[in-house]
Design a protein around this ligand. Structure first.
Ligand SMILES: Nc1ncnc2c1ncn2[C@@H]1O[C@H](COP(=O)(O)OP(=O)(O)O)[C@@H](O)[C@H]1O
Ligand SMILES: [Mg+2]
Length: 281
C-alpha cells in the first residue's frame, strides 16, 4: 500500500503515470477568490479521488464555475492551493523552491483535464471531424491519420458517426454539445469538468446529452466534476454531492445523505425551493 504517496511531489507525474487508488487526485485547499472588493470564494476545501464522480450543486452566484475555471487555469486563486496528484497547479518547483507556475507547467498540468461548458464553443469554420481532430494534432502532436481515426471512434461513441462532415451551425444544440464532449474526451483527460452543459439546451435535447455523460461515467476510470441543476441526474451518477452557497461548501455527502437527509437549513431550503420550482416547469 502506498500510504506515503501524498509526500511524493513534483516528479510523480513523470515517473509514474499509474496512480495508486489511495491517492487524492485533485485537492482544493482553502481557496479564496476576490473579484475587485468582493470575495466570491471564502475558503473552499474540496477533494476528488481518482475516478470519483463529484457533483456540485447550489444557487447561481455561489462560485461553482469559478472553482472549475481555476482547475483549467482560467482563473487564479487569490489565496489557497490546488494540487493535482500532489503537484501544485498554480506553482512549480524550480531549484527546490516553489515559484509561480510557467505557461509550460500549465500546459503539462492541463493535459489531465477536460472541460465542457454551457456554451459549446466549437470552431464554426471546421467540420465536426476537424473540430475533434484539432487539439489531438496541435496539443498532443498526433499524426493526422491517427487523430482522424480517434476522432471518428469518439464521435461514434457520442452517436454522431453520420455527421463527420457537417458544420456546427447545421447541428442541433444537443448534437453540438455532444461534439464538445467528444472533443474533450478524445484527449483522454484524467478528469472531466462539466459545467451546466445542458443549461442552454431546449428541454427535449437535454436527455441525449445527459445520456452520453452517463455512459462515460459508467466506464469508470475517469474522474468527473459535474456542476449541474439536474438533481436526478446528479443523484444517479455522482459518488458524492457537494452543496455550495455564497462561496463556501455548506455540506457534502453521498447522494442519499444530501438529497434525503440534508443536515443544514441552507441545503434543505435550496432543495425545497428546487423541488417546488421544478413542479412549476
Ligand atoms: N470575471 C469576473 N469578474 C467579476 N465577477 C465575477 C467574475 N466571474 C464571476 N464573477 C462573480 O462571482 C460570483 C460567482 O460566480 P460563478 O463562479 O459563476 O458562480 P456560479 O457558477 O455558482 O453561478 C458571481 O457573483 C459572479 O458574478
Ligand atoms: Mg456557473
Amino acid at each position: 500500500m502506498m500510504t506515503q504517496a501524498l509526500s511524493v511531489k513534483s516528479n510523480y507525474l513523470m515517473k509514474s503515470p499509474e496512480k495508486s487508488p489511495e491517492k487524492i487526485f485533485v485537492e482544493y485547499k482553502n481557496i479564496k477568490k476576490n473579484f475587485g472588493n468582493v470575495q466570491i470564494l471564502k475558503g473552499v476545501d474540496l477533494r476528488i479521488d481518482p475516478g470519483e464522480k463529484v457533483a456540485i450543486i447550489g444557487p447561481s452566484g455561489s462560485g461553482k464555475t469559478t472553482l472549475a475555471r481555476m482547475l483549467m487555469t482560467l482563473e487564479k486563486p487569490t489565496e489557497g492551493e490546488i494540487l493535482i496528484e500532489g503537484e501544485h497547479l498554480w506553482k512549480e518547483e524550480v531549484n527546490g523552491k516553489l515559484v509561480p507556475a510557467s505557461e509550460k507547467h500549465f500546459r503539462k498540468m492541463r493535459k489531465n483535464i477536460g472541460m465542457v461548458f454551457q456554451q459549446y464553443n466549437l470552431f464554426p469554420h471546421m467540420t465536426i471531424l476537424k473540430n475533434v481532430m484539432e487539439a489531438q494534432v496541435s496539443v498532443l502532436g498526433l499524426a493526422k491519420s491517427e487523430a482522424k481515426e480517434k476522432a471518428i471512434e469518439m464521435l461514434s461513441k457520442v452517436g454522431l458517426a453520420n455527421k463527420l462532415d457537417a458544420y456546427p451551425a447545421n447541428l442541433s444544440g444537443g448534437q453540438q454539445q455532444r461534439v464538445a464532449i467528444a472533443r474533450a474526451l478524445v484527449m483522454h483527460p484524467k478528469i472531466m469538468l462539466f459545467d451546466e452543459v445542458t443549461a442552454a439546451l431546449d428541454p427535449e435535447l437535454v436527455g441525449e446529452v445527459l445520456q452520453v455523460i452517463r455512459d462515460i461515467a459508467s466506464t469508470g476510470e475517469m474522474a468527473m466534476l459535474l456542476i449541474t441543476h439536474e438533481m436526478e441526474f446528479a443523484r444517479q451518477i455522482a459518488d458524492r454531492i457537494v452543496f455550495m452557497a455564497d462561496g463556501v461548501v455548506v455540506e457534502e455527502g453521498t447522494p442519499e445523505q444530501i438529497f434525503k437527509y440534508p443536515k443544514h437549513k441552507r441545503t434543505q431550503d435550496f432543495l425545497q425551493r428546487f423541488r417546488s420550482s421544478s413542479f412549476l416547469g
